[in-house]
Design a protein around this ligand. Structure first.
Ligand code: NAD
Length: 326
């Protein structure tokens, strides 16, 4: 098996290089993301390995098929960036559905604590020996209500953490889990009651902009919004308007609708043309991170192992639940 791993960062190579040798696979590591210019590098490969920022359009999929590539191995859970209908009959698509749900939930909790207690600002102040705490006041989470949207693997891990803080947890999921001891409510009721809203559902046609001006108007003043799922679950322009009106106590985003090409790259020396992202950065109660919720040692190891197991399934013609069928 020969696999072209696109969008390779040193931390990807650190896990994939030794493991691919163990599997006896020839893995080529390409720093650039897959594009019209770089797709050719997959010639002679059985599969390409893409991350969340590796968009697979119909055109690129057709080209991969012409080059004899048989599969896309996603080294992530979400697959909204792959045109699945274009893959039909041409390329098989595999993903890593779960690697460490706790890693993402812990990160969502870290974002909540940080944005609530303004740690991002405190850190900068004290490094400058500015020991003034004005403007850094948060709320006590104990006794407050948390609304979890999406009660799958990460949502459940988040519920456990929030309960550990002494919060009452309510949830919204159109596919409620009977095994889960949580009170399910409508999205509108969740918005009305929650002091903290944390998003843990996939991006689909139904969930695109699920939190927009219409939903935000039901939210309590001072609510905290945490998004570690996908940027387009929230309408960024509407969130900015609500921030301007002082609706949110804090907003912490690990994902952003227009993150492609920006996140995972050092753009500190560039002129940023995205005015919405630039505006978000100006709010003292907004914290943005670069889609790093998954980024723990354990999760990276699990991602590499499952990706190579998916490659093995492809090689052996073995059935796996990790294959995505359109
Ligand atoms: P999962 O499939 O285990 O759970 C998703 C849940 O969302 C399910 O319970 C499903 O019923 C629910 N859902 C589906 N449609 C919904 C809707 N319209 N409204 C509310 N809920 C809905 O997925 P997971 O492993 O818990 O991951 C959740 C999301 O987290 C992923 O889709 C991905 O976008 C994101 N994620 C982010 C990172 C990161 O690094 N920030 C890492 C991994 C996953």
């Amino acid at each position: 098996m020969r696999i072209a791993l696109y969008g390779c960062k040193p931390y990807d190579r650190m896990f994939f290089e030794p493991l691919s040798k163990e599997y006896g696979y020839d893995m080529i590591f390409i720093e650039d993301r897959m594009s019209h210019e770089t797709v050719q590098l997959a010639a002679g490969c059985d599969a390409v390995c893409l991350f969340v920022n590796g968009t697979a359009t119909r055109e690129l999929i057709d080209r991969l098929a012409e080059l004899g590539v048989k599969a896309i191995l996603l080294r992530c859970a979400g697959y909204n960036h792959v045109d699945l209908s274009a893959c039909q009959g041409k390329l098989r698509v595999f993903r890593v559905p779960s690697y460490s749900p706790e890693a993402v939930a812990e990160f969502a909790a870290a974002l909540l604590l940080c944005v609530n207690r303004r740690l991002h600002r405190a850190y900068n102040r004290t490094r400058d020996f500015n020991m003034n705490i004005s403007g850094l006041m948060g709320i006590t989470l104990h006794g407050k209500c948390a609304g979890v949207v999406g009660t799958g693997r990460i949502g459940q891990a988040m519920i456990n953490i929030l309960r550990g803080f002494g919060m009452e947890v309510i949830a919204y999921d159109p596919y409620p889990n009977d095994q889960l001891d949580v009170s399910y409510v409508s999205l509108k009721e969740l918005c009305e009651r929650a002091d903290v809203i944390s998003l843990h559902c996939p991006l689909t046609k139904e969930t695109h902009h699920m939190l927009d001006a219409r939903m935000i108007k039901h939210m309590k003043k001072g609510v905290y919004l945490i998004n570690t799922s996908r940027g387009a679950l929230v309408n960024t322009v509407d969130v900015i308007e609500a921030l301007k009106e002082g609706i949110f106590g804090g907003v912490a985003l690990d994902v952003y609708e227009e993150e492609e090409g920006l996140f995972y790259e050092d753009r500190s020396g560039d002129i940023i043309r995205d005015d919405n992202l630039a505006r978000l950065m100006t709010f003292p109660n907004v914290l943005i991170t670069s889609h790093q919720g998954f980024f723990t040692l354990e999760a990276m190891r699990a991602i590499a192992i499952t990706t190579l197991e998916n490659a093995k399934s492809l090689e052996l013609g073995r059935e796996t639940a990790n294959e995505i069928k359109a």
